[in-house]
Design a protein. Structure first.
Length: 126
């Protein structure tokens, strides 16, 4: 019985730090994460000149405590534009999100609008 108790205590002790890490990441409204952006990079469409694009690509992004975009995954739009949109999003940088005296990781969305021969960031409404 003592062996079982020791194993349970050991397992619970290792699980607690993992729960704390998961609780350290929050979802930010896209307008708020956009307002924190201090470096924006647009997808390169130089090889698509002459193609009349008309679509929006929406990405799910993760922003580190330092403000770096560490993960970008396209979730909506033209799959032919996903990779270049993800690559551009990974070059973004934001001011750290500091809700209670220490920065935390955040998850948010970022959208690019491809229209004719240009691309721009979709500025979310407040």
């Amino acid at each position: 019985m003592w062996k079982v108790l020791v194993v349970l205590v050991a397992l619970s002790a290792t699980a607690v730090p993992q729960l704390r890490v998961a609780a350290q990441r929050v979802r930010l409204a896209d307008w708020l994460s956009y307002s924190l952006a201090d470096r924006e990079v647009l997808p390169d469409i130089s090889d698509l000149k002459g193609r009349h694009l008309n679509t929006e690509v929406v990405l799910e992004i993760e922003i580190s405590k330092d403000g770096d975009v560490t993960h970008a995954h396209a979730v909506k739009g033209d799959p032919a534009l996903f990779k270049r949109s993800e690559e551009a999003a990974l070059k973004w940088h934001c001011k750290p999100f500091v809700p209670n005296a220490s920065p935390i990781e955040v998850v948010s969305e970022l959208s690019f609008r491809f229209d004719k021969n240009k691309v721009q960031v979709v500025v979310p409404p407040r």
